[in-house]
Ligand binder design. Structure first.
Ligand code: MF3
Ligand code: CO
Ligand code: CO
Length: 252
């Protein structure tokens, strides 16, 4: 595996801006989600918000992807293509936002509900968010990559959900996806040592049923094989000597 890049303070300043933009857009778009609107409409709002932040939507053109956001509803895990699907009350909607600013990327995601969702959906979402927080807590200089992975997996087990095994978090910087891959399962102490200046997108995906996935014929949309609900949360973080800096954390 290629070496994990240590970003310079100049690079970190730019990544911070890209991430601030992504975090701001995610919060704003969450407030725009309403029953009756289409995922395509939501994507257009997301694209406008990204540009208003002075950022570019980094997903457009990424491996031929054509939209600013990924919007994944209910059993869709990630990479849902925005379009004519109408959001219904009780749906759960994962929105993934990617930005590029001054050549550097930010990546963040969250699962929202359309109005109120079922209790089991709400619990799944809450557990996945807790897992992201637990993973971030382990993202400290001197720890190992496996500490992050293990904390996420442990949270899934504790709450009785399955954790997606085929999709990973990742390093991020000039490119949306850099080394290392960050599995959402693993053992404490394993993997490379974390060093200040590393920047990671940590992104647990939890399923209500089994962990297995399939990809739809559109070539992008990843769904649970058993049709069960899935949640996804993602932050881009900076490893430091102390607590990690959550670069995409922003209220607006
Ligand atoms: N944001 C996704 C991730 O978290 C990647 C989306 S790639 C796209 O890694 F092409 F679908 F946009
Ligand atoms: Co993402
Ligand atoms: Co990502």
């Amino acid at each position: 595996m290629a070496a994990i890049k240590i970003k310079s303070s100049e690079e970190i300043a730019k990544i911070r801006e890209a991430c601030f933009a992504a975090g701001s857009v995610l919060v704003s778009i969450g407030r725009e989600i309403k029953e009756g609107m289409t995922t395509g409409e939501l994507d257009k709002i997301g694209e406008r918000l990204i540009r208003e932040q002075g950022a570019a939507p980094v997903f457009i053109g990424y491996r031929g992807y054509r939209h600013a956001t990924c919007i994944s509803v209910n059993d869709e895990v990630v990479h849902g293509i925005p379009g004519g699907r109408i959001l219904k009350k009780g749906d759960i909607v994962s929105v993934d936002i990617g930005t590029r600013k001054q050549g550097y990327c930010g990546d963040t995601a969250a699962t929202f509900t359309v109005g109120e969702a079922s209790k089991k959906a709400t619990k799944l979402i809450r557990a996945c968010k807790t897992a992201l927080e637990a993973g971030i807590k382990q993202a400290r200089g001197g720890n190992h990559l496996g500490d992050i992975s293990a904390a996420i997996e442990k949270t899934a087990r504790k709450h009785g959900y399955s954790v997606v095994r085929d999709l990973f978090g990742h390093g991020i910087g000039k490119d949306l996806h850099e080394d290392p891959l960050i599995p959402n399962f693993g053992n404490p102490g394993e993997g490379p040592e974390l060093k200040p200046g590393m920047v990671f997108a940590i992104e647990p995906m939890f399923n209500l049923g089994g962990w297995r996935l399939k990809t739809l014929d559109d070539g992008w949309t990843v769904v649970t094989e058993d049709g069960s609900l899935s949640a996804h949360f993602e932050h881009t973080i900076l490893i430091t000597n102390g607590d990690p800096e959550i670069l995409t954390l922003k209220g607006s």
